[in-house]
Design a protein around this ligand. Structure first.
Ligand code: BDP
Length: 681
């Protein structure tokens, strides 16, 4: 009996070992063959490069590949040159990136000629919103891989190190070269000795993979943990405290990257508490970091409760400071002017700040896009932002070109993504959320890449076979790629079509709540502030006769957005309060169009379910089953969104739902007071 049980245990363990839990991400070495790697220099990074080649080579068996460090002006930052002989780069990291590129091309069957590959941005950084107690703000994939609470909080185990190494490898494989280890709503304790020692341990594991560590800081740290009476950035004691603290950090982590700061935003302290400006605060920190080559990433995500239009505020606060920041300060700007909504126009700060380094911030974790339940491939959203034309320096002044140094000479170019990584076996909570981590890295490396290319690569690497058959390509790759590429637009349709934004219920930002407006809460935290529905129409009037947010955009865009007739329909209710009977391009009334959009979003998810069921023969049972389950939940939630949108706004429109559209299945009463918001994992 005893033997029987242990045998059973072993069998279960072995079976479990082979179960596909998604932990290997897009890094699956398949059938590698021997390769002879020649590398004249030695370093931990080059050892990783060599090992990766040896474990992943799929070229000619016995081929010789030379890895070399050179001085080539055509190669920028940690770019590299690929040739049939091998990889050349100016830095060791460059060689490593070249190796990953080479291996990826072998695995995806993408050909290459001799070519130089340079990154679009010098700093490509993840922002972890991880708290030091191990929880993650807006994290949907388990607790933090870096922090935990309890007695073992500071113990660095082999398990920790292995996980950090796997994490580092995944990042390096897509070119990510920095990581901010803690939440922007930062604890001051992050800068205390014990935590810095843990940062040191993490940095040691990440370093060979070319990844620098950064920290979010709390601006009031000098008063909170330094025993000072103030945290005024112009106070000499405060200046000294930050200088000393920075020096201490560099003595522990010599290649430390710098600070990320959320100041005077959502209750976080900042220089304005002392009558100083963002520039005063950022420059004080920049001066402390300068001798060590560190940078300050200062966030522009600010808004006050009394502003008539939250969308205008970041621009209003930061534009007067253009040119006043040190050259090692980068202003980190969310893609849209409000807050990572399913769709926003680009933030008008892009291109407008001409004398200051500006970096885009994207959100990889799906706070506003279905958490880790909905299948939403975010690359098209980021591509839309990067390719938006600001017109600031003539036609073609895209957000990408305004931030990557093509148009403005910035000392530093950078891009940030809010990470979606946690302790879940598959890292991201949803197998397809891994594609968003992957896509962020790829776009940070090359901001001109098309989402289709990224999806194609990711699917081949994550689900593909060494020799993909025509059958697999036709019946798995094609339909699943199509589904991924449609998924963001589907989410916009069933959540917030036509320029709707921030109509979530409550703080969880998952389900719908256009009605949600508890007493006593700031009005700009409630949906009615954003949709402004009444019996005449719906939408936020940001035209010249409204809040005039359009004024922050450059001509000819300003006039285009300002005019109801020329404003792209996808941004219609963002910029205009539109009458329910307004005739849309489809010929339908606005009300009918809203109904159609909500309904088509739901139908798209239904279609995704069919696509997924159809690919069952082409993948493992585990990932198939888990994604199938999530799609069911997504579908239920899309139905909730559609019904909420239709039934709630119908109270204002007083019009009937077009008969071709399937009727709502939930009562408004249930949607408002029932359990419809349950995430149902
Ligand atoms: C909001 C999130 C909040 C973050 C904030 C930020 O709801 O949790 O702290 O963004 O970016 O969207 O600082």
């Amino acid at each position: 009996m005893k033997i029987g049980i242990s045998l059973l245990f072993i069998i279960c363990a072995v079976l479990n070992m082979n179960a596909e839990d998604g932990h290997s991400l897009w890094l699956r070495n398949k059938n590698s063959v021997p390769v002879n790697v020649v590398c004249t220099t030695n370093s931990p990074t080059l050892s990783v490069a060599r090992q990766e080649l040896q474990e992943g080579w799929q070229g000619k068996a016995g081929a010789t590949i030379v890895l070399s460090i050179t001085k080539d002006k055509a190669i920028k930052n940690d770019g590299f040159k690929l040739s049939s002989r091998g990889i050349e780069a100016n830095t060791k990291q460059g060689v490593l990136y070249g190796v990953y590129e080479l291996l990826r091309r072998q695995q995806t069957g993408e050909a290459f000629k001799d070519e130089v590959c340079n990154p679009s941005y010098a700093v490509r950084v993840l922002n972890h919103w991880d708290n030091i107690d191990g929880t993650i703000e807006r994290g949907y994939a388990g607790n933090s891989i870096f922090w935990r609470k309890g007695e073992t909080a500071f113990e660095v185990t082999d398990k920790d190190k292995l996980l950090w190494q796997e994490y580092a490898r995944a990042n390096a494989s897509v070119g990510i070269n920095g990581t901010v280890l803690n939440n922007v709503n930062a604890s001051p304790l992050m800068l205390s000795k014990q935590y810095l020692e843990r940062v040191k341990a993490i940095a040691e594991v990440l370093r060979p993979y070319g990844i620098k560590t950064y920290l979010s800081i709390k601006f009031s740290s000098p008063a909170l943990i330094g025993g000072l009476k103030t945290s005024d950035p112009l106070n000499p004691d405060v200046i000294k405290w930050w200088k000393d603290k920075t020096k201490e950090i560099y003595s522990i982590i010599p290649d430390f990257g710098g600070f990320l700061v959320k100041a005077n935003s959502e209750g976080q302290p900042g220089p304005q508490d002392f009558g100083r400006t963002h520039a005063d605060g950022a420059n004080m920190l920049a001066d402390a970091l300068k001798p060590f080559g560190g940078i300050v990433m200062w966030r522009a995500f600010v808004y006050a409760s009394n502003d008539k239009d939250r969308a205008k505020q970041a621009y209003n606060e930061f534009m007067p400071l253009d040119g006043k920041f040190r050259d090692n300060v980068i202003i980190q700007v969310k893609n849209g002017p409000i807050d990572f909504q399913p769709r926003e126009p680009f933030s008008p700060l892009f291109g407008a700040m001409k004398k200051t380094s500006v970096m885009p911030e994207f959100q990889i974790t799906q706070e506003y896009l279905g958490h880790s339940i909905h299948l939403v491939f975010l690359s098209p959203m980021w591509e839309e932002c990067l390719q938006s034309d600001t017109y600031q320096e003539g036609q073609g002044s895209t957000v990408a070109r305004c931030t990557d140094g093509s148009i403005f000479a910035q000392k530093y170019t950078a891009i940030a993504g809010v990470a979606n990584v946690g302790l879940d076996a598959n890292w991201c909570g949803h197998h397809f959320a891994q594609a968003n981590w992957y896509a962020f890295g790829r776009l940070a490396w090359n901001n001109r890449l098309a989402s289709e290319t990224i999806a194609d690569e990711w699917l081949k690497l994550t689900f593909g076979k060494t020799e993909p058959s025509a059958d697999w390509t036709e019946h798995f790759l094609k339909p699943v790629k199509q589904m991924m590429l449609q998924s963001r637009e589907a989410a916009v349709n069933y959540m917030m079509p036509l320029g709707f934004h921030h109509i979530f219920a409550a703080e969880h930002h998952y389900g719908p709540g256009p009605w949600w407006a508890p007493k006593g809460i700031r009005s700009d935290w409630t949906p009615p502030y954003y949709h402004k529905a009444d019996t005449l129409g719906v939408g936020f009037d940001r035209t010249q006769t409204g809040s005039d947010a359009v004024e922050q955009y450059y001509e000819p865009l300003r006039s285009q957005l300002n005019d109801l007739k020329t404003c792209p329909e996808k941004y219609l209710l963002w910029f205009h309060h539109v009458s329910w009977d307004y005739k849309m391009q489809s010929g339908r009334s606005l009300w009918d169009e809203i109904c159609y959009r909500y309904d088509s979003g739901l139908q798209q998810v239904r279609q995704f379910q069919k696509v997924w069921d159809g690919v069952q023969p082409y993948l493992d049972a585990e990932r198939f089953g888990q994604v199938q389950q999530k799609l069911r939940n997504q579908c239920r939630n899309a139905q909730v969104w559609k019904d909420a949108g239709l039934l709630y706004f119908q109270q204002f429109s007083q019009r009937s739902i077009p008969l071709e559209i399937e009727r709502p299945v939930y009562d408004l009463e249930f949607l408002i007071h029932g359990d419809s918001q349950s995430r149902n994992e």
